[in-house]
Ligand binder design. Structure first.
Ligand code: KG4
Ligand code: ZN
Length: 333
């Protein structure tokens, strides 16, 4: 039956996560295992290790989420999984488990686009947007501005021509000698810094358009970095970098709202957890009179809840490519 809860499985990168979403009762349960400590000593995600660890964790997590929701597998109405984009070996773990469950339980198998799930994540909150809205998707692999008219009805307004914004955070953090994952570490360091000390560019804001470019900012930090920086230099660099990035994102969001004529902005993806970005956008929202929506912090970064929700929403609208088992490392929205 279409109104039964959907199990969602996420294994696209370095989090193994499962959740169950029900159309009437909402999110019933979500569980997550982060591999961050596993990859930390390598300074980034090692794909082969990620795949192996997904295999080691996924069974326990599926069991756990069913227990937490108090559901027997027979009560499920569909199995959603992240089909891409992501690390291919990691994706295949979730896809295989999902296909096995769907076959054994005779349930529809629902492939989910990871970025679509990110942009629908604010729908898991009590205060949620209504269609249409503009979405800023900012993660480790993507920087996208999207006009969202409904589930499955998206128009790409702008994207990064080089590094994704999360990638820029991570690479700059590495330059400053911070441990992986760099984004949140850099944000923490920036709290103690003076964001006006170094003048970094706001790339591509001096000409029309909604595309981004962040690789130059990282280079600007590198060339500004003193030979032997002290802690204050590093904090000031982190803060100045963060100011430049968040200003740039805020300017482009405003332009996208103007161009589309929509009055709501959704910000999602890992960098959406950045407090300075949230602060700046909230300020603009008050000033310019648009409504701003964020998923809670835990649903900004990768999670199973957004996969379960996206799978449920696709299915509820009859837009799920039923029965398809596939994985794809690259997949345009
Ligand atoms: O969405 P996500 O969890 O995974 C991907 O699909 O990529 O995003 C991860 C990215 C990483 O680049 C991480 O450094 C960044 O989000 N990130 C942050 C913060 N929290 C996570 N960047 C800046 N400030 C944060 N507070
Ligand atoms: Zn993600």
């Amino acid at each position: 039956p279409p109104n039964r809860p959907v199990l969602g499985i996420e294994t696209s990168c370095d989090e193994t996560a499962c959740a169950i979403y029900d159309g009437e009762r909402g999110l019933l349960a979500h569980v997550l295992y982060s591999q961050i400590r596993l990859h930390a000593e390598y300074g980034g995600v090692v794909p082969e290790l990620a795949s192996r660890d997904h295999v080691a964790r996924i069974h326990g997590l599926v069991r756990g989420v069913l227990d937490e929701a108090g559901l027997a597998p027979a009560n499920l109405g569909g199995i959603a999984y992240t089909a891409g984009p992501g690390l291919i070996g990691a994706l295949m773990v979730g896809a295989s488990v999902a296909a096995g469950l769907a076959t054994a339980l005779d349930l529809p198998l629902i492939p989910v686009h990871h970025m679509e799930a990110h942009l629908l994540a604010p729908m898991l909150e009590e205060r949620r947007p209504t269609f249409p809205f503009v979405a800023l998707l900012v993660s480790g692999g993507h920087t996208l501005l999207v006009a969202v008219r409904g589930v499955g009805d998206y128009e790409l307004l702008g994207e990064s021509l080089d590094d994704a914004v999360g990638e820029a955070f991570d690479k700059t953090a590495k330059l400053l000698g911070l441990p992986y994952p760099g984004g949140p570490e850099l944000a923490r360091l920036a709290e103690r810094g003076d964001g006006r000390r170094y003048k970094f560019p706001r790339p591509m804001t001096d000409r029309p358009g909604l595309d981004f470019s962040f690789s130059g900012l990282k280079t600007a930090v590198l060339t500004t970095l003193p030979q032997t920086p002290d802690e204050q230099d590093k904090a000031d660099l982190a803060a100045s970098f963060q100011e430049a990035v968040t200003d740039t994102l805020a300017i482009k969001c405003q332009r996208a709202l103007q161009a589309s004529g929509y009055g709501q902005l959704v910000v999602a993806g890992g960098v959406g957890a950045n407090l300075r970005l949230r602060e700046k956008l909230a300020e603009r929202a008050r000033r310019d009179g648009f409504d701003l929506f964020f998923p809670r912090q835990a649903f900004c970064t990768d999670n199973g809840a957004m996969i379960a929700y996206a799978g449920w929403a696709r299915r509820a609208q009859g837009r799920a490519p039923d029965g398809a088992l596939f994985t794809t490392p690259r997949w345009p929205l």
